[in-house]
Design a protein around this ligand. Structure first.
Ligand code: HEC
Length: 101
């Protein structure tokens, strides 16, 4: 019993952290879904719109931060970017950067 306790504990920990991880992904995906209306499903933009899929992480995050602070003029993104925390924007950008163009 005592010998298996660490194994049981380790197994439980792995389980708990993997659940937390997939909940994170699901949350990020639902945040990212609200960008799809304009930037295309899964970030695959139609002509005339900026695609997000496969974009450079740092570049996208910098643009979003600049929209948020008002440094970069925008018609709409300055409003939208204010609706997310910095962490949320970072995870959305991380997510889009992993998608194929
Ligand atoms: C209502 C339409 C709309 C939605 C929703 C939207 N965007 Fe945008 N996005 C735009 C427009 C329009 C621009 C061009 C800048 C401007 O005029 O606001 C833009 C520009 C950008 C840019 C800069 C692209 C570049 O290379 O210059 C990024 C990055 C971006 N959006 C990310 C996002 C993310 C992430 C979301 C979801 C949280 C999102 N957008 C949701 C309309 C939208």
């Amino acid at each position: 019993m005592l010998k298996t306790a660490p194994i049981v504990a380790a197994t439980l920990l792995t389980f708990v952290s993997s659940v937390a991880f997939s909940a994170d992904i699901a949350h990020t995906r639902s945040l990212a879904a609200s960008c799809a209306n304009c930037h295309g499903t899964n970030g695959q933009a139609k002509e005339g719109m900026e695609p997000l899929a496969g974009g450079a992480k740092d570049e996208m995050l910098k643009k979003l931060m600049d929209f948020k602070t008002g440094k970069k003029p925008a018609t709409i993104m300055h409003q939208l970017s204010k609706g997310y925390t910095d962490e949320e924007l970072k995870s959305i950008v991380d997510y889009y950067a992993t998608l194929k163009k």
